[in-house]
Design a protein around this ligand. Structure first.
Ligand code: NAD
Ligand code: UGA
Length: 320
């Protein structure tokens, strides 16, 4: 297959391209190197794949994409976005631009170019403080952050493209993703750096909040499966999580014991938009994609720590 990956220089995107190339696919990657975090980190991510046969990289903002870039593409995996829950109150125009306008542009170009399969990076944040745990896809979606609103609206926007243009949309709701190369604004990356360097880790809230952290290779595996699995009727929403949720307090102890040194903790109020708990019911993704998470948090954190200490480690800790 020829697969287009948007956001290919990002945390998840670079792992995904790596896996697709290893599986023998042709990959076109697009990224505009937005300034949400330092460009050199994205260039480092992208360097893992640059120069490999079968990888074509286009530095471009999706805002100017045309159907020409989609010629010969069999499936799109759309990861490019403005991520981050807590930052979404202040810069909501960015979130609208990157998560909605760009998605519309890409889906329109897909329709014009005749590309059917469209995998969309949605988020556990569409549930807000969920009404039930583990959370099934039928649970009401009431986001608690502006970011979550844009991801939920992105799903609805793609429903409209699916209904009018026959797009086959898999909206995969990723649950807090971690692993080698994790974004520098996220908790596990910051905790590991604090335990290694002694820099401050600002804990928001009392540490009792829980997350169903999901290892990046498992996320990548779900994306790959969604490019070729049988398409059921209607737009498909699937939870991609479910190894089991842990509290921030438990996570801090785990990072400390894995690194072998203390986190330099300071305590701060809970942040607007943060939910108390995420926990995925993965039965639907198991049924439709034949997918299950394989990497438990202890093993995944150990791989991320190893990568921070030894950045040339493995192929980004892929298990597949
Ligand atoms: P990331 O920021 O590392 O990667 C996103 C990439 O998209 C960046 O390299 C950025 O430069 C690029 N990009 C953004 N807007 C673009 C545009 N208009 N044109 C071209 N490129 C553009 O983020 P990530 O953590 O790898 O997340 C990838 C996707 O998964 C995002 O859609 C995010 O919302 C979603 N998601 C992530 C998590 C998580 O825990 N990391 C959880 C749920 C959902
Ligand atoms: C993550 C991603 O950042 C979102 O892009 C994604 O959509 C979301 O997962 C999801 O699952 O849908 P989040 O769960 O907030 O969002 O992940 P982290 O940034 O790793 O934060 C986890 C917890 O640690 C939160 O309670 C947060 O408040 C806390 N935290 C984070 C801190 O206490 N201090 C920090 O410096 C960073």
């Amino acid at each position: 297959m020829r697969v287009m990956v948007t956001g290919c220089a990002g945390f998840i995107g670079s792992h995904l391209v790596n896996r697709l190339l290893a599986d023998g696919h042709q990959v076109t990657g697009i990224d505009s190197f937005t300034d949400y975090y330092p460009r050199e980190l994205k260039e480092r991510n992208n360097a893992w794949n640059m120069g490999k046969e079968s990888f074509q990289f286009i530095e471009m903002d999706l805002a100017i994409l045309t159907k020409a870039e989609l010629t010969g593409v069999d499936a799109i995996i759309h990861l490019a976005a403005q991520p981050g829950v807590r930052a979404s109150w202040a810069k909501f125009d960015n979130y609208i631009n990157e998560n909605l306008l760009s998605t519309h542009k890409l889906a329109t170009a897909a329709g014009e170019a005749g590309v059917k399969r469209f995998v969309f990076a949605s988020s556990s944040s569409v549930y807000g403080d969920a009404h039930a745990y583990p959370t099934h896809e039928t649970t009401p979606t009431i986001p608690r952050s502006p970011y979550g609103v844009t991801k939920l609206a992105g799903e609805s926007l793609l429903d409209a493209h699916a209904a009018n243009f026959g797009l086959e949309v898999f909206a995969l709701r990723f649950f807090t993703v971690y692993g080698p190369g994790q974004r520098p604004d996220m908790a596990i990356q910051r905790l590991i750096r604090s335990a290694i360097d002694g820099g401050e880790f600002r804990l928001y809230g009392d540490g009792h909040q829980r997350r169903d952290f999901t290892f990046v290779a498992d996320i990548v595996d779900a994306c790959v499966r969604a490019t070729s699995s049988i398409y059921p009727d209607g737009t498909v929403r699937l939870n991609i999580g479910g190894s089991g949720d842990i509290s921030m307090n438990e996570l801090i102890s785990l990072v400390e014991s894995t690194v072998g040194g203390p986190v330099n903790l300071s305590r701060h109020p809970a942040q607007l938009g943060d939910v108390l708990r995420t926990g995925a019911d993965g039965s639907r993704s198991s049924e439709i994609l034949g997918w299950k998470p394989r990497v438990q948090i202890e093993e995944g954190v150990a791989r991320q720590v190893k990568f921070e200490l030894e950045p040339t480690y493995g192929t980004w800790g892929s298990t597949h």
